[in-house]
Design a protein around this ligand. Structure first.
Ligand SMILES: Cc1cc2nc3c(=O)[nH]c(=O)nc-3n(C[C@H](O)[C@H](O)[C@H](O)COP(=O)(O)OP(=O)(O)OC[C@H]3O[C@@H](n4cnc5c(N)ncnc54)[C@H](O)[C@@H]3O)c2cc1C
Length: 398
């Protein structure tokens, strides 16, 4: 690959590492600059839906697809149940309706393992940790882009991928007039709990109360991935920042069903994280400028109500590499990248926000209607119809 074009990727999260793989496998030399001193992803666990799997199947990974390598460390969650705060099932998951309709079920994964799979398929020297980077010059058709690091290193590149997450500094540099992501209206906690013991059945489910959601997923090593969300207007103490994240969770989920309490009892307080939900209310004018492509949360942060943020970053990565390959590496393909990805991702951003209102119903009428809708959509007869509404999201293929 002596004459390979060079891509510099800023950020080694799901999107950055997916892009590094997709570009590397289509002939690019890749350097990934990551400010953290280890691959320490946000989110603890992650659910990967069928559209992400189909995207990853388009990336070669030494004799198998990247998708196959990811599935090997995932747990298939055939259906995702819904429960009430007292634990009663609105519908209990059974069978694999998602897999039947979309070719793959939703997989749950430990985030660090997902990133390890991605990193393991790159050349040994591709990822530079402890490296905070910024675009110094986005470049142009006849001029390479320039990236500078805070410790004074300079990288010239034929392509820069800005995958520096929801608080992207590159986005602010390239589009200084854009207002940035809007507040999603709720707070998110996430955690990994140790195994609850063999006798405890852990089924993928979301439990919904008044303006609150609790999610539980089984992982491949017996641990449990859980997350919780609460509307900001319902936060007990001010905006809740004063207490540590675990105490806040205990306060909000006191009285919920026993498995929730067992997870809260088992979890290491240091492994509970909290953040505000954010979403890209105002679309960017483009997902590229000069030789820089924005990707993942840097371009289109979304509330996690559809579990699509990471998956959209994977779609971005695969489409970017494909369009560049079709243009023989010519960065004029970046305009096609914006044309392909901006409408799709903004549609998913809006769908996620709408789903957030449904999930976080907080009036008696809203809660009744939400629970009825969930119950009615889950029977053997209606589940197909319900899943059809996910066709535009889960049914995507590269
Ligand atoms: C609780 C929760 C649950 C979620 N669940 C799901 C789910 O089930 N499925 C799903 O698909 N999505 C889910 N999401 C969304 C998903 O986590 C994000 O969309 C995804 O992480 C975005 O990936 P990214 O690579 O764009 O950004 P990030 O994961 O944020 O990665 C950005 C990286 O860039 C690095 N960085 C930042 N600035 C710089 C800089 N200047 N120089 C160098 N490096 C830099 C950061 O350290 C980080 O490693 C969830 C999110 C949350 C919060």
């Amino acid at each position: 690959m002596g004459n390979a074009r060079e891509a510099v990727i800023i950020g080694a999260g799901v999107g950055g590492l997916a892009a590094a793989n997709a570009l590397y496998r289509t002939g690019w030399r890749v350097t990934v600059l990551e400010r953290a001193d280890a691959l320490r992803p946000i989110g603890a666990g992650i659910a990967m839906p069928p559209n992400a799997m189909h995207a990853l199947d388009a990336v070669d990974a030494d004799g198998m697809t990247l998708g196959a390598r990811v599935r090997a460390v995932g747990v298939s969650s055939g259906a995702i149940g819904a429960r009430r705060p007292d634990g009663r099932w609105i519908f209990r998951p059974s069978g694999d309706p998602v897999g039947r309709r979309f070719g793959y079920p939703v997989y749950s994964l430990v985030r660090t393992e997902l990133l390890a799979v991605f990193a393991g398929q790159l050349p040994g020297d591709a990822i530079r940790l402890d490296t905070t980077a910024q675009v110094a010059d986005p470049g142009a058709a006849d001029q390479r882009a320039r990236v500078e690091t805070t410790d004074g290193r300079v990288f010239e590149a034929d392509l820069v991928v800005a995958a520096d997450g929801g608080r992207s500094a590159v986005r602010r540099t390239l589009f200084p007039d854009h207002p940035g992501p809007a507040d999603g209206g709720y707070v998110i906690w996430w955690m990994l709990a140790p195994s609850l013991g063999e006798e405890e059945e852990v089924l993928a489910s979301e439990s919904m109360g008044k303006g609150t959601v609790w999610g539980t997923w089984a992982l491949n090593d017996g641990r449990v991935y859980a997350y919780a969300t609460v509307l900001k207007e319902l936060l007990a103490t001010g905006n809740g920042q004063a207490d540590d994240p675990l105490s806040q969770l205990r306060a909000h989920f006191a009285g919920w069903y026993p498995q929730v309490q067992r997870i809260l009892d088992a979890v290491d307080p240091a492994s509970v994280y909290r953040d505000d939900a954010r979403w890209m209310q105002t679309p960017l004018p483009a997902y590229h400028l000069g030789r820089v492509a924005l990707l993942g949360d840097a371009a289109h942060p979304m509330t996690p109500d559809l579990g699509q943020g990471g998956s959209q970053s994977i779609e971005d990565a695969v489409v970017l590499a494909k369009l560049l390959a079709e243009a023989d590496g010519d960065v004029s393909a970046l305009a096609s990248y914006t044309a392909a990805r901006l409408p799709r991702t903004m549609d998913i951003v809006k769908r996620s926000k709408r789903m957030s209102a449904f999930h976080h119903a907080s009036t008696p009428a809203g809660i009744f209607l939400r629970n009825q809708a969930l119950r009615l959509s889950s029977s053997e007869r209606t589940v197909g119809l319900f899943l059809r509404s996910f066709d535009p999201v889960f049914g995507w293929k590269p």
